[in-house]
Design a protein around this ligand. Structure first.
Ligand SMILES: Nc1nc2c(ncn2[C@@H]2O[C@H](COP(=O)(O)OP(=O)(O)OP(=O)(O)O)[C@@H](O)[C@H]2O)c(=O)[nH]1
Ligand SMILES: [Mg+2]
Length: 328
């Protein structure tokens, strides 16, 4: 690379792209500015970083005023995907967030314990998902702010309770979502509504499957509902299938992980670039830095679908696990 950018710069750049808050963006940019080699070849990049720092600082100032009013239902997105956990009262939503993240929402053996959303980060291999605990959804009343939260999230987990009527819970939640024009991806959408509809990635998780006999109830539920959504039986109590649950979230998230390396160096496999599936090399380069989009000549790839160090062009479709050496 003519600018000779060290790997630490690319790491800071990646943190910038993935930053969800203005403060994180400013911190990453300041780090990039400290690391970038200061010579003529990087003049434009340096100016660009400075411009972005001052723009984000202005933004941060405006926000501090508004932040006071920011309601507790607005959760800043973090990590590879925002996953909202919804469901009927007492199904174990808060228990799930507590089991998989550092957050500690209140858990109690009676319904309607949770009154506000609580986010927590769930590590899966070398990425993190943001799981959001929520107040229960019932046919009686759903806070409109909850609806917005579901509409904005990347993935919705509907957490049901095997010790109650599964089919009724499942139908209630789906029809509640439908009443707010939210439909699982792939579901038919009524053409009566002229207003926008929200097509969301949905996983059904069934909790409290503590005993093997309850697995049969889960199977019957799948058959009776002819469920065509990803589904997983869980026992949070016994820690059963929690890994499978996170794997399903990963599969559904539509992301892949690729790793950047400099010529002659090893890549850092703990620090992936998280990009949408089917991204091309050109799109990856543009995400690393907008200058790279123009300057990109080719890349060498180490991965499952290529031979080691294979030269690829802009239209190469990145694959999960690819190691990429960008040449400018
Ligand atoms: N048997 C069994 N009980 C569980 C399991 N997971 C959670 N529970 C219990 O279910 C009860 C409700 O758990 P919570 O996590 O508070 O449920 P919630 O969905 O957050 O409840 P609300 O906030 O009221 O909607 C608690 O007594 C938990 O200990 C499980 O896998 N098996
Ligand atoms: Mg709760």
């Amino acid at each position: 690379m003519p600018a000779n950018l060290p790997p630490t710069y690319l790491e800071a750049e990646r943190r910038y792209r993935e930053a969800r808050t203005v403060e994180e963006k400013i911190a990453a940019l300041e780090e990039m500015f400290a690391i970038i080699p200061k010579h003529k070849g990087t003049d434009k990049m340096q100016a660009d970083i400075k411009r972005r720092i001052s723009r984000h600082k202005e933004e941060a100032q405006k926000k501090t005023g508004a932040a006071k009013q920011k309601n507790m239902f607005s959760i800043d997105r973090e990590g590879a995907a925002q996953v909202i956990v919804i469901g009927p009262p007492n199904s174990g939503k808060s228990s799930l967030i507590t089991a998989l993240t550092n957050a500690q929402p209140e858990i109690a053996p009676f319904p309607h314990t949770t009154h506000k959303p609580t986010p927590g980060m769930a590590p899966f291999e070398n990425v993190q998902f943001q799981l959001v605990d929520t107040p229960p959804m019932t046919t009686g009343y759903v806070d409109p702010l909850m609806v917005d939260l579901v509409r904005r999230a990347d993935i919705t987990v509907i957490l049901l309770d095997i010790t109650a009527d599964l089919i009724a819970q499942h139908e209630d939640i789906l029809s509640l979502l439908a009443s707010f024009r939210i439909f699982p991806e792939g579901f038919p959408v009524p053409d009566t509504t002229k207003r926008p509809v929200f097509s969301k990635k949905v996983i059904i998780a069934v909790n409290k499957v503590d005993r093997t006999e309850q697995e049969d109830d889960f199977q019957s539920f799948l058959e009776l509902t002819e469920l065509c959504l990803p589904a997983v039986p869980l026992s949070i109590l016994n820690g059963k299938n929690l890994d499978t649950f996170l794997r399903k979230i990963y599969d559904l998230s539509g992301i892949i992980r690729v790793y950047a390396k400099n010529p002659g160096r090893e890549p850092d496999l703990d620090e992936p670039f998280v990009i949408p599936r089917d991204s091309t090399l050109e799109e990856l380069a543009g995400r690393i830095h907008k200058d790279f989009l123009q300057k990109l000549k080719f890349a060498r790839i180490w991965g499952r679908t290529v031979h080691d160090g294979q030269m690829v062009q802009r239209d190469y479709v990145m694959q999960d696990g690819d190691i990429v050496e960008i040449h400018l």
